[in-house]
Design a protein around this ligand. Structure first.
Ligand code: AVJ
Length: 318
């Protein structure tokens, strides 16, 4: 293939980043896509979020999974392939892999190279016999498995309520895409965060130690580092609010002053108080999420929750 049609990996990421940043900052409501959070520093900050006292999703889902992994394993044919969408640290996956000793392969997909490298190194030492196929990239894209694994039963894993980052139509399209990638007979274990009291919800996205703020602001720091933007991090703040109409947490970076920022040679003006929308995190009822799954062609086989009904883990089948 010629150079023109196939840019080198070293060049492509910053071009993509520049394009995404300029496109988002040019919208009437400035926005940046949330997958840009996850450079090496952002992935590490996200791991710190998962340990915050206010951030209930990770520990709650982990406990649900640990309680149900025996049931899940009993449903999983020997020689299955485990495919994880947005694998990050693969911490929860260890619980699953531990209970599935006959797995033919584990395929973690993530945009963060550093997160993949760390997770795969840890898993390789804990499970030396496991075949691991690390896949750096966008989990919304169709998955192509190596020849020879094509006939294996598939178990998809999409924990963490990452699905919550997608609006309902995009979430439906993503679940349909996963159905196509995983194929007939596949199952998908998927975590969905549940609607709850604002007193519980808001602090999870605006913690007292300021880690979520740092995670959000790192997106601007990343643009400074990788595409030479000149955001003054002292002049942006973090905001999280609940949009009750949409049923979602919305996260913003707020300009603390009137200012102009240079991004790749383009100038973007900010009014004082103007916001950049960086993330949505949809919260579901069990019924809503079941409907979404069935609209996407999946049947809900099981749904498990915690005693406080904070979080849900669904087992879907095709
Ligand atoms: C990774 C999408 C599940 O929405 O809770 C955490 C990301 N953002 N704190 C979430 C996040 C701010 C997280 N997900």
């Amino acid at each position: 293939m010629s150079f023109a049609t196939r840019p080198t990996a070293a060049v492509a990421p910053s071009n993509d980043l520049l394009r995404a940043a300029i496109e988002g900052l040019s919208l009437p409501q400035k926005a940046l896509p949330c997958y840009l959070f996850y450079d090496a520093r952002g992935s590490a900050l996200f791991e710190r979020i998962t340990e915050l006292p206010e951030y209930y999703p990770t520990r709650t889902e982990t406990a649900i999974l640990a309680a149900r992994v025996g049931e899940i394993a009993a449903q999983t044919p020997p020689g299955s392939i485990l495919v994880e969408f947005g694998s990050g640290s693969s911490r929860k996956t260890e619980i699953l892999i531990d209970a599935l000793p006959t797995l033919a392969a584990y395929v973690p997909i993530d945009v963060s190279r550093s997160a993949l490298d760390e997770a795969c190194a840890r898993l390789a030492s804990r499970f030396p016999a496991l075949r691991i196929i690390p896949t750096e990239g966008d989990f919304t894209q169709p998955l192509i498995l190596p020849q020879g694994l094509a006939k294996r039963p598939r178990l998809g894993f999409f924990p963490g309520s990452t699905i919550g980052n997608f609006g309902h139509d995009d979430a439906c399209a993503l679940l349909r895409g996963m159905a196509l990638s995983l194929g007939t007979g596949a199952r998908l274990l998927i975590g969905a965060d549940l609607q709850k009291d604002l007193a519980r919800l808001i602090p999870a996205y605006n913690d007292s130690a300021g880690v979520t703020a740092e995670f959000n602001l790192n997106l601007l720091a990343r643009l400074n580092r990788e595409i030479g933007a000149n955001f003054d991090l002292e002049r942006f703040g973090h905001a999280a609010l609940f949009n009750a109409v949409e049923g979602r947490i919305e996260i913003y970076l707020v300009s603390l002053a009137a200012q102009t920022v240079d991004v790749g040679g383009r100038r973007f003006d900010f009014a004082k108080g103007e916001r950049i929308h960086t993330e949505n995190s949809y919260k579901y009822t069990i019924a809503q999420f079941g409907d979404l799954a069935s609209r996407a062609g999946w049947a809900a086989r099981h749904v498990w929750t915690d005693a406080e009904n904070l979080f849900s883990l669904f087992e879907l089948a095709l």
